[in-house]
Design a protein around this ligand. Structure first.
Ligand SMILES: C[S@@+](CC[C@H](N)C(=O)[O-])C[C@H]1O[C@@H](n2cnc3c(N)ncnc32)[C@H](O)[C@@H]1O
Ligand SMILES: Nc1nc2[nH]cc(C(=O)O)c2c(=O)[nH]1
Ligand code: SF4
Ligand SMILES: [Mg+2]
Length: 206
């Protein structure tokens, strides 16, 4: 593949702290790819859904940004979206790996096939579009968003399908006091689970 010619639609790139999950609080560079057709009603990133309203960026330019972020102290790169696996990530991953020795992390709903051979996979499965078995088998953390008691049942069913090493996280829906209460109660009663807060939102940073 000629990586110089290859492009992907990009909503934004930014250097911040990983706000969620097991690596929360660590310096991270984010690449948010455009495009998602999963349609979660409470999605906090709906502007990322259309593909065509966001600029195409070359893999070479994205790799240069990652190289710069590494010099600025980022510990890893997070590929998110939108739903990043709507794109084949092999070209992007190999371009980033040529530019930097940083681990590549992926945030995904798991609806599409796996590509890019990420070093860390955060699977956030959705009850209305269950994830592929491939993603359940390969994920490093399972991060289930909680709004209702049914979401807790779904979280337990997903936990039964992942490997024993997978970190289990409940993340309250943003602005959902019911989700917050349910997640806290469940984590308190079920020690396999940990709470994941969207700390960047609490802090008012990206
Ligand atoms: C915007 S999504 C992008 C990655 C991928 N499409 C996914 O859903 O995993 C990033 C993370 O934010 C979570 N998320 C989105 N909207 C949220 C909300 N309103 N409250 C809590 N978490 C949310 C998703 O479940 C996912 O874990
Ligand atoms: N700081 C910060 N951490 C994040 N972790 C996952 C995010 C995402 O939108 O995928 C995200 C995000 O948007 N910002
Ligand atoms: S899969 Fe992710 S980006 Fe797509 S709608 Fe759901 S939360 Fe939003
Ligand atoms: Mg986000």
């Amino acid at each position: 593949m000629n990586q110089d010619a290859a492009t992907l639609p990009v909503v934004e790139t930014f250097h911040s702290l990983q706000g969620e999950g097991h690596h929360s609080g660590r310096s991270a560079f984010f690449i948010r790819l455009a495009g998602c057709n999963v349609g979660c009603p409470w999605c906090d990133t709906k502007h990322s859904w259309p593909v065509n309203t966001h600029p195409q960026r070359s893999l070479r330019a994205l790799a240069a940004d990652v190289e710069q972020a590494e010099r600025n102290g980022a510990a890893f790169t997070v590929i998110t979206g939108g739903e990043p696996l709507q794109h084949n990530l092999d070209g992007l991953a190999s371009a980033l790996r040529e530019a930097s020795s940083h681990p590549l992390h992926l945030e995904t709903s798991g609806v599409d096939g796996l590509s890019g051979d990420p070093d860390w996979i955060t699977l956030s499965p959705k009850p209305h579009r269950p994830p592929r078995q491939e993603l359940l088998s390969h994920c490093d953390e399972l991060k289930v968003v909680i709004h209702t008691a049914d979401d807790l049942l779904f979280a337990e069913s997903m936990a039964a399908a992942v490997s024993k090493q997978t970190v289990l996280l409940l993340q309250p829906g943003w602005d959902s006091s019911e989700g917050q209460r349910l997640a806290i109660d469940h984590v308190q009663n079920q020690p396999r689970w940990r709470l994941s807060l969207q700390t960047h939102k609490w802090l008012g940073v990206r």
